[in-house]
Design a protein around this ligand. Sequence first.
Ligand code: PGA
Length: 267
Amino acid sequence: MRRFLVAGNWKMHGSSEMTADLISGVARRAFDAARLSEQKELSYDILVCPPAPYLGQAANHSESLPIAVGAQNVSQHESGAFTGEVSLAMLSEIGCEYVLLGHSERRELFGESDTLIAEKFAACVANSSASIVPVLCIGETLEDRQSGDTEAVVEAQLDAVINKVGIAAFDNAVIAYEPVWAIGTGETASPEQAQEVHAFIRAKLNGLDSAIADKIRIVYGGSVKPSNAGELFAQKDIDGGLIGGASLDVDSFSGICEATQKLIENT
Ligand code: PGA
């Protein structure tokens, strides 16, 4: 059985104070809920992705807690004259374990192409000593969905990476399906809509390597909240969430963690 992943993408929000408070608060609530459960331990993964300046602090703060830290972006280069960029080795040195790649805001606002995202993914794979897990974000726009192109768009975004790194590279990766029209809009894909695309992604991977398709976590992102997380994550091919707005507050992020805990208990 795949382990759920509840990941918070803080985007360009936060402060040093928030980093400490949020990590402590979420860990406390998650521990409390887990203690009361049958399992008595946290049986899903929690990840926070704060802005780059707070990553070191977040990693130190969460060292003894069951919360992993991830970056929101990374350079495809190892080192050199790349002003403003951050390398995988640097992220690894300060304790990051994951990195988001190809978030729709990076694609749209910063012009990140499928090719560039594939290069970043390839860098994660090549730099095995950094051991940073790529979280590949894919998803269609409203226009794509309305014109019936959801599957083609998602497949092309996946293919760009698979063609560069090969399917074996997905052995240690996460895919985040985030329909662009649901990100930060308050509009969520229905559990059925999300499941349909997740199943499509898994079937596509299954055609290439069934063990990887079975093992890989495909998380959903786009206006996940405590009130809809349980129903979304209950879908067969949804293995957790990538959460933006609701990850900025202890109550709402913990509410999503608690919904996950409940789901695990009831299955
Ligand atoms: P949202 O963001 O939860 O605020 O919709 C999700 C994301 O961008 O990863």
